[in-house]
Design a protein around this ligand. Sequence first.
Ligand SMILES: [Mg+2]
Length: 320
Amino acid sequence: MPPPSTPLDRAIGSVVGSAVGDALGAPFEFGPEGAFSARFPPGAPDADEMRGGGGWDPGEATDDTQMAVLVGQSLLEHGELNDPDVFTRFQHWASADPKDIGLQTEDVLTNGLPWDRAAAHHFRITGRGAGNGALMRAATSAVHFAPLGTAATMDAARRLSALTHGDPAAWEGTALLHELIRVALTGADPLNAIPGALAHVPAAHRARYATVLAPDWHPDLATEFNGAVWPCLGSSVWALRTTASYESALRAAIDLGGDTDTVAAVTGALAGAVYGAGAIPPRWTTRLHVPLPGSATPALRLPELTALASRLTKAEPHHD
Ligand SMILES: [Mg+2]
């Protein structure tokens, strides 16, 4: 057992834990159920688990973490949530040809409309806007806004998700994840906080989230692919609920198959906040790196991600 974690250790656990899940899950994206455990049987720690594949180098984090880092850097540079600045950073990154980018996110960032109209326009035209692409990048903003409490945290989450996702359902899922991470950072059990968090979700969206976050829900009951926001959040909470360690939560998430990098990134953000950075196996962090296409900054490794989480936690959050 790792030593009891501090609030700072849990914040670092969330940011690093999400990046680890992203990199660990990426090679299994769109694969079948159980693929991770078939390749790496449980109970036999293998230094090769972070081996890359499917176009990813060993330990390479994908768009999920790259966008989370962009959000974190904007929050630190501006000292507040500057929506147009985050949007501009996303656009700059998207134009630098990242190895992966969500279809919906790419459309929104390249449709030529300003930050406050691009996602809404895309949603109006396509009717699609409830992907998990805002959920996946939540860790950095969640640890930053946590000291402001539930309402401000959830509101910041909604604004950040609205930059790329026009469907309010995506905003609410992202807000719920931010709130569950906020609770975990205090040392409390986020699973006990689900009813309270749901009370802050507008009635029109509450029932669907109550379903996927219920104790008896299982990912097999999902009515959409887990690239959608509801089953992605539900699967991550399920992975946390049905396991007893950071490591086993991630294994459960990746073994679900489908959008494995994002389900594991979301699970890692949550489980990392619950168990703390000390619970993340070093064999998963030694090769971890987050390239930032379009930036002169070299890829962030464990020390840089730790410093980012630490600065986001210590910087006083502002909210207008
Ligand atoms: Mg990804």
